[in-house]
Design a protein around this ligand. Structure first.
Ligand code: FAD
Length: 334
C-alpha cells in the first residue's frame, strides 16, 4: 500500500430531514483543521436522491470537493447501497482520513465499510488530531470505563477511519460565498440486486425529547430515590421549558428511557444550562455534560464529585430545594 496515493480528509455527509445532519457540519470543521495541518483538501461524500443541491451547504461549511451519488436507489439509507457507494468512492479517490458522525446511520455505515476495506475504524472518537509530517490520525476516545483517554492509531493501512460523536466538534461559521468542485459519481447497482427494501417508514408516536438539542436540561440521578421522586425532575423541567436528562443508574432502574441518558454510554450534551440533581458525578456522566455553559448541581453530600465539575453547587436535599426552585421559577419565569 503506497500511502502517497491517499490524500484529503473526507466526511460522510449524512442527509437528515432534507438537509445535512448537524454532526456532518461539525465534522467538516474538524476536517478543515486536520486538512490545513496536512496541506490537503476537505471533501464531503453525499449520497441520496435529489441531494446534489446540498453540496452548497457542504462548501459553505468547509468542503473543497463534494462527491455526489444521486440516484433513486439511494432514496432511503440502506447499509448495502450506501456501503457500495462509499467503497466505490474510497477505492477510486483514496482519502487519507475518512470521518463519519457516530449516529445510528454513521455507525452502521462505517462498520460495514470497515469490513470490506483493509483498514481499521476507531469508534466514538471525542478528540481528533493529525501528525503533520506522517499524516497519522490521532483519534482519542474514553476507554476503560472512561477512566483514561486512549489515542488510537492506524499505522499500516489507509484510509484511516473514525466515527465521531455529535456535538463534540465545532462547525465553522458558514460562508455562503465559498464554492468548490462537485464530482458526480454513480455505481452500477440495480434495485433487484439489493436484498433489503424499505416498505414503510413509521415515525415514533411518542414525542422524543431531544436532549442533544435542548438549551436547558434538568437531569436527575439515583438520589431521587424512586420513579415518583424522579417526578420532581419532570416538574422542574416543565416549569422552565427544559428537557429531562438522567444518569445511567436511573435508566437502568427503568425510571426513564435510555434516550434521556447523559454520558459515555448515553448522549453528549452542551446546553446553556445543565441542572444535575441527585447525581454523584461519576466520570462516565461528566464526560457527557462537562461542556455545558452553566452547570448547577444539587446534592446532599458536600463531598460529591459533581461539585468539582459545577459552576454553582447547592448542598442540600433535592426534595426541599427543587420545590422551592419550582415555586420561584413559576413566579419569576426564566
Ligand atoms: P449514585 O452514584 O448512586 O449517586 C446518587 C447521588 O445522589 C449521590 O451523590 C447522593 O449524595 C445524592 N443524593 C442522595 N439523596 C439525595 C437527596 N435527597 N437530595 C440530593 N442528593 C441526593 N453513568 C451515566 O450517568 N451515564 C453514562 O453514560 C454512563 N456510562 C457508563 C459506562 C460504563 C462503562 C460504566 C462502568 C459506568 C457508566 N455509568 C454511566 C455509571 C456511572 O459510573 C455511575 O454509576 C452513575 O452515573 C451513577 O448514577 P447516579 O449519580 O444517579 O447515582
Amino acid at each position: 500500500m503506497n500511502f502517497d496515493d491517499y490524500r484529503g480528509v473526507w466526511v460522510f455527509s449524512e442527509v437528515k430531514d432534507g438537509g445535512i445532519a448537524p454532526v456532518s457540519l461539525e465534522l467538516l470543521g474538524a476536517a478543515r483543521q486536520l486538512a490545513d495541518k496536512r496541506k490537503t483538501h476537505v471533501a464531503g461524500v453525499l449520497i441520496g436522491e435529489e441531494v446534489k443541491h446540498l453540496a452548497d451547504t457542504l462548501f459553505a461549511y468547509g468542503a473543497d470537493t463534494v462527491y455526489v451519488y444521486d440516484a433513486p436507489i439511494f432514496r432511503h439509507y440502506r447499509t448495502e447501497t450506501f456501503m457500495q457507494a462509499m467503497l466505490h468512492c474510497t477505492n477510486k479517490h483514496k482519502p487519507e482520513i475518512l470521518l463519519y458522525g457516530a449516529t445510528s446511520t454513521g455507525k452502521d455505515l462505517a462498520s460495514a465499510v470497515a469490513t470490506d476495506l483493509p483498514t481499521g475504524l476507531t469508534a466514538d472518537t471525542t478528540i481528533l488530531d493529525v501528525e503533520e509530517d506522517t499524516g497519522l490520525l490521532l483519534a482519542s476516545r474514553p476507554a476503560f470505563g472512561g477512566n483514561i483517554m486512549a489515542t488510537i492509531l492506524c499505522k499500516k493501512y489507509r484510509p484511516q477511519m473514525a466515527t465521531v460523536r455529535p456535538k463534540v466538534m465545532k462547525a465553522l461559521p458558514p460562508d455562503p460565498q465559498r464554492t468548490g468542485e462537485i464530482v458526480e459519481e454513480s455505481i452500477d447497482l440495480k434495485e433487484e440486486d439489493v436484498r433489503t427494501k424499505v416498505l414503510e417508514i413509521v415515525r415514533a408516536t411518542v414525542k422524543k425529547v431531544r436532549i442533544d438539542e435542548a438549551d436547558i436540561i434538568v437531569a436527575g440521578g439515583k438520589g431521587l430515590g424512586s420513579p415518583e421522586g424522579f417526578g420532581l425532575i419532570h416538574r422542574l423541567a416543565q416549569t422552565i421549558g427544559a428537557a429531562v436528562g438522567a444518569s445511567r443508574d436511573v435508566v437502568e432502574a427503568g425510571w426513564i428511557e435510555h434516550h434521556h441518558q447523559v454520558g459515555q454510554t448515553g448522549v453528549t450534551v452542551t446546553p446553556k444550562i445543565y441542572f444535575a440533581i441527585g447525581i454523584s458525578g461519576a466520570i462516565q456522566h461528566i464526560v457527557g455534560m462537562q461542556n455545558s455553559g452553566l452547570i448547577v448541581a444539587i446534592n446532599k453530600d458536600p463531598a460529591a464529585p459533581i461539585f468539582q465539575s459545577s459552576h454553582y453547587g447547592i448542598v442540600g436535599d433535592a426534595f426541599e430545594i427543587v420545590p422551592m426552585l419550582i415555586e420561584r421559577f413559576k413566579s419569576e419565569p426564566v
